[in-house]
Every structure is written in structure tokens, then in C-alpha cells.
Design a protein around this ligand. Structure first.
Ligand SMILES: [Zn+2]
Length: 129
């Protein structure tokens, strides 16, 4: 599957170990997933900018039964709210599923490849790289 042109800069960045998001030139808001126009003010003037990769767990769900044999369960799917005010659906890794809680500080980590892309995941803040 070919990634769309719109999404490609995101995946190029993750391969380089950077997390980026679109930032609107008109209203300054960050947004994700990639879109042609700012979802807030509809401006089509925006840039990709690097995120700190730090944020907190906004909501989470524990998957106890894996849909695929390759994926070990239980694992945690979460919405992480980044410092710049945008959010991302992701996995919380490098800790026990039971240790993940709402409001937990997390940082991005790039350790897994999925269908040809390096996917951003999050781990508890302060875990040595
Ligand atoms: Zn805007």
C-alpha cells in the first residue's frame, strides 16, 4: 500500500526518529491526522513542524486478546495528548498494561516497524533511551 503524498512527510520523519504534525499558519493550531486544510479555520496554509514527543495519556484501552498471533497481548491503545495541543492514537509500550493510567506522562519512542513504516509509540517519561 502506497502512503498518500499528504501523509508521506510524517512517515519520513518517523524513520528519522522525529515526530511531526501540521501547524496552521493562520490560527497556529496543531492538527493530526494529516489533512489538506486546518480543521479549525479551514486555512490551507500550514507547515510540518517537529513535536517535542512529550505528552500525557488522555484515554486508554487495554486489549486482552490479540487480533493477530504476531502481537503479544495484553497491550494498551491510547490517545496521547502532546504538549503542543494535538493528539494521536497510539500504543503505550515498555511498561505493564496495568501500569498505564490517565494523565500519565509519556514520551515518543520509535522501535517498531509496521507495514513498511516506523510507527510512533509512547513509553513512560524518564525511561532511558
Ligand atoms: Zn487554522
Amino acid at each position: 500500500v502506497q502512503a498518500s503524498n499528504l501523509t508521506q512527510p510524517f512517515w519520513t520523519a518517523t524513520r528519522e526518529g522525529r515526530l511531526v504534525r501540521q501547524v496552521c499558519d493562520a490560527c497556529g493550531k496543531s492538527f493530526f491526522t494529516p489533512q489538506i486544510a486546518c480543521p479549525d479555520c479551514r486555512s490551507q496554509a500550514w507547515q510540518w513542524q517537529q513535536s517535542s514527543g512529550r505528552g500525557e495519556v488522555y484515554s486508554k484501552s487495554t486489549v486482552n486478546r490479540s487480533p493477530r498471533p504476531k502481537i503479544a497481548a495484553p497491550y494498551v491503545i491510547a490517545i496521547v495528548q502532546l504538549e503542543e495541543g494535538w493528539d494521536l492514537l497510539t500504543n503505550i509500550v515498555n511498561c505493564g498494561a496495568g501500569d498505564v493510567h490517565i494523565g500519565m506522562r509519556v514520551q515518543v519512542v520509535f522501535q517498531r516497524e509496521w507495514e513498511g513504516n516506523v510507527v510512533p509509540e509512547f513509553e513512560p517519561e524518564g525511561v532511558p533511551a
